[in-house]
Design a protein around this ligand. Structure first.
Ligand code: 9YT
Length: 132
């Protein structure tokens, strides 16, 4: 069994920072679960174009409000506590946090991320073999 504490993990290299977001990777590829699990904070007012070409991602909003644009341009869905979205088509998307407060999200990636991935210029995360 693996037991980890979010606040302890924040003090380690599991806490990854990028422009407009930071993420605590509670489970990584090295944990051999077949997925990774992250608690991600989207900073207030951030606008994040993303395109996970090599990963499926599921995101559950715990706190905060914002929107997700499905495609670019595409349909816009409001996101708040209790909303889940799943990028089952490797969908290009833009996540926007409303100004005033951050969004806190629980995220699962398949295949799992390995540790310190941040977005490449095309909005994707590299597969391990590509980034090696
Ligand atoms: C919600 C989202 O996709 N945020 C970007 C960061 C990502 N969740 C991560 O690497 O933890």
């Amino acid at each position: 069994m693996i037991v980890r504490d979010l606040n302890q993990a924040r003090q380690t290299e599991r806490h990854v920072f990028s422009k407009g977001w930071d993420s605590v990777r509670l489970l990584l590829k090295s944990d051999k679960m077949g997925f990774s699990f992250h608690i991600t904070t989207i900073h207030a007012g951030a606008e994040l174009p993303m395109h996970y070409k090599h990963h499926f991602e599921c995101v559950y909003c715990i706190e905060g409000v914002g929107s997700i644009e499905d495609g670019a341009p595409g349909e816009i869905h409001r996101i708040g506590p209790g909303t889940m979205y799943a990028l089952d088509q490797n969908d290009r998307h833009i996540l926007r946090a409303d100004p005033g407060a951050p969004m806190v999200m629980a995220c699962v990636f398949n295949p799992p991320v390995t540790g310190s991935e941040v977005h490449q210029d095309d909005g994707s995360y590299a597969l391990e073999s590509e980034s090696a």
